[in-house]
Design a protein around this ligand. Structure first.
Ligand SMILES: [Zn+2]
Length: 236
């Protein structure tokens, strides 16, 4: 299968724009990467730009083995090792979203398990570990390895006093799940601040996940978020 880099860059730019619009904006911080099929490289959002500003021409190329930038004029994020070490440890992962969304970050400090209180909580029924090896930036391959270890086989993890990292098989699914993790954390914070909430059972959680997050629905959800992102681009 031929690799269409142009299309991948367009999709990655939309992922960044969607994250900005849907609760993951944090100044110029936060990053998304996608694996280039058949190559030991990733496409990645560069440093110095907000998620909403990213267009295909900003995207840089990074070598997975070394974490070094091999293409692109813009600066690389220092936390590149979250991406490269997860890509090495998880061949099933093609996309990594790392960001500092406010509700997931607040939730990361509480040591609570994420419960399926709203629909979105069911996405993480296989577990959502908390990385607490350090709360500092992940600026070395060694720390990246620790993040990958903490992630295990899960779809994402909270990073204590830092943010969240979500992984997946495609840009579309990973971006959506990062957006939905933030919503799940927000709903749990609201519910626990107001009382002692009930949550969906483990068995029903799997059923709900399979009902709601089908490939067809996820495709429609992505298309909808892209339409919203296009409107926001026109307004800016
Ligand atoms: Zn970070």
């Amino acid at each position: 299968m031929a690799v269409n880099i142009k299309e991948m860059k367009e999709k990655l730019a939309y992922s960044c724009n969607i994250l900005a619009n849907e609760g993951h904006w944090d100044n110029i911080l936060g990053h998304v990467s996608v694996r280039i099929p058949g190559q030991n490289k990733i496409l990645m959002k560069p440093h110095s730009f907000g998620f909403e500003e990213i267009r295909p021409q900003h995207i840089i190329v990074v070598d997975i083995e070394t974490g070094k930038k091999v293409e692109g004029k813009h600066e690389r994020h220092s936390e590149v090792f979250i991406h490269t070490e997860i890509m090495k440890a998880r061949p099933d992962v093609n996309c990594v979203v790392h960001s500092h969304p406010p509700y997931a970050t607040a939730f990361s400090a509480l040591g609570q398990r994420l419960r399926p209180i709203s629909h979105e909580g069911n996405i993480f029924h296989e577990g959502l570990p908390t990385f607490d090896y350090t709360t500092a930036l992940i600026r070395t391959p060694e720390l990246g390895v620790e993040v990958a270890k903490s992630l295990g086989k899960c779809r994402g993890l909270l990073m204590k006093n830092h943010g969240s990292t979500v992984v997946g098989e495609s840009i579309e699914v990973t971006t959506l799940y990062a957006v939905f993790l933030e919503k799940a954390a927000r709903i749990q914070l609201m519910a626990t601040a107001s009382g002692d909430p009930a949550w969906t059972s483990d068995e029903e959680s799997v059923v709900k996940y399979e009902q709601i997050y089908t490939p067809h629905r996820l495709g429609s959800m992505w298309d909808y978020f892209v339409r919203r992102a296009k409107k926001m681009r026109k307004l800016s």
